[in-house]
Design a binder for this molecule. Structure first.
Ligand code: GSH
Length: 229
């Protein structure tokens, strides 16, 4: 079976999938789609257009098994990887317990759909970080960090949904982009900072984040202080 993952050099969602595949020990070929200095993914890769013709976004995964599997969306892909490569040989990234799994799914969804939209707003506000919308987006990120700090404290757990899961991968990547755009976590959330260091030390995470930071540095763009090594 050949697995292809289509991603981009600065794709937050693509990085989630690549980290998950590495954590699970899935053999895959990574295809980096064309990326321009204006942060656009152009021209669109033919496989991305075939699999995701309306949204035309990465990540995309294809497998030449069972008549062919072709998927888009980082969450859908992570669920497929879990089904295709169940434990114990492969690290489980969605918890087995029903409640833990539901919590992990909800956290991953909140990371993508509640937290990250603030970061996307900041992309267009970098020239005026003192403007009301930029201040509001940073405040929303800070509130989210505090919520997760409370969660780690109340459950006395090392990871967001109990065991290390795709929720940790998702929020780690989202917060890397938040930090890049001026809304990183601070000493106000020490448990979350320790969580960040724990997740960031994982070989699979480093294998994806380090090249991304080198790509940023090669373009003279800012690299979060906690990732400058
Ligand atoms: N919900 C999707 C979001 C994917 C997404 O926003 N991909 C971005 C890159 S991180 C993209 O391909 N943007 C290019 C475009 O929209 O043309 C997922 O989880 O995969």
């Amino acid at each position: 079976m050949t697995t292809h993952i289509y991603s981009g050099p600065l794709s937050m969602f693509g990085a989630k999938v690549e980290i998950a595949a590495r954590e699970k020990g899935v053999p895959f070929e990574l295809v980096m789609v064309p990326f321009t200095i204006d942060d656009a993914y152009e021209p669109k890769h033919p496989e991305v257009l075939r699999v995701n013709p309306v949204k035309q976004q990465v990540p995309v995964l294809t497998d030449d098994i069972d008549g062919g599997v072709a998927l888009f969306d980082s969450t859908q892909i992570s669920e497929y990887l879990e089904d295709r490569y169940p434990g114990p040989e492969s690290l489980a990234l969605w918890p087995a317990g029903i409640a833990e799994r539901a919590r992990a799914r909800q956290l991953e969804q909140k990371s993508d759909e509640v937290f990250f939209p603030n970061v996307i707003r900041l992309f267009g506000l970098q020239h005026d970080m003192k403007s009301a919308p930029a201040v509001a987006a940073c405040a929303a990120c800070a509130r989210f960090y505090e919520e997760l700090e409370g969660l780690l404290a109340s459950r006395e757990c090392e990871y967001l949904a109990g065991p290390y899961s795709f929720a940790d991968i998702a929020f780690y990547m989202a917060h890397v982009f938040a930090d890049r755009k001026g809304a990183g976590m601070t000493g106000a959330t020490p448990r979350l900072v320790a969580w960040r260091d724990r997740v960031g030390a994982r070989p699979a995470v480093r294998a994806v984040v380090d090249p991304m930071m080198r790509f940023l540095a090669s373009q003279g763009r800012g690299v979060p202080a906690f990732l400058q090594r």
